[in-house]
Design a protein around this ligand. Structure first.
Ligand code: HEC
Length: 171
């Protein structure tokens, strides 16, 4: 009787293990699916940024320079930048749940100039036309916007500047 129960249990455990092993790669694929920028795929991202080929917005949107501390708050705020939904930022390892939909932002200030970082936050489609990254400083041409958000950008001019100031600390 005991042997029977043992066999039954081990059969169950083996079955469960088999199911997880079979499903495992599927789950891993679904979570780890990354959309990296096409510049990165082409391997010219660093060179292009270094030579200033990529467009940028040189002037501060608010006329005031950004504050990295306030920028950090916008980046981690799930109702503002929500950048961690898609990006990993090691400097913010005190925050939970860093996404993998976009590339890690570690060292981003070494890859892009300030003007290019500003453009990326305002509207990353200039660099990556097919991107799922939201354009944070665009008022028109958005789809299915709730009435209360119509005519408004996701971030204010000063919030964009603060986020850019924070990104500049990621060296
Ligand atoms: C819905 C997901 C999503 C959110 C939210 C998001 N991004 Fe992105 N971001 C991406 C993806 C995906 C890319 C890569 C470009 C591509 O291939 O689409 C990207 C690219 C970037 C890049 C360029 C990275 C590189 O190595 O070329 C920067 C900088 C960036 N994002 C900053 C931010 C910041 C700052 C925020 C928050 C204010 C943010 N992103 C929010 C998805 C997102």
């Amino acid at each position: 009787m005991k042997l029977y129960r043992f066999l039954c249990l081990s059969g169950l455990v083996a079955g469960l293990v088999a199911v997880f092993v079979a499903a495992g790669p599927g789950y891993a694929c679904a979570c780890k699916k990354k959309t990296t920028g096409y510049f990165q795929k082409m391997g010219i991202e660093v060179a292009a940024a270094a030579t200033g080929v990529l467009p940028g917005v040189a002037e501060s949107l608010s006329g005031i320079s950004g504050d990295p501390g306030r920028g950090r708050l916008v980046v981690i705020n799930r109702k503002k930048g929500n950048c961690l939904a898609c990006h990993k930022i090691s400097k913010l390892s005190d925050q939970p749940f860093h996404g993998e939909i976009g590339p890690s932002l570690d060292g981003i200030a070494r890859r892009y100039r300030e003007s290019q970082l500003r453009q990326l936050v305002m509207d990353a489609r200039k660099f990556f036309p097919q991107t799922v990254m939201p354009p944070f400083y665009v008022r028109e041409g958005l789809y299915r916007v709730a009435t209360k958000h119509q005519g408004k950008s996701i971030l204010t001019a000063q919030e964009v500047e603060d986020v850019v100031a924070f990104l500049k600390t990621l060296r």
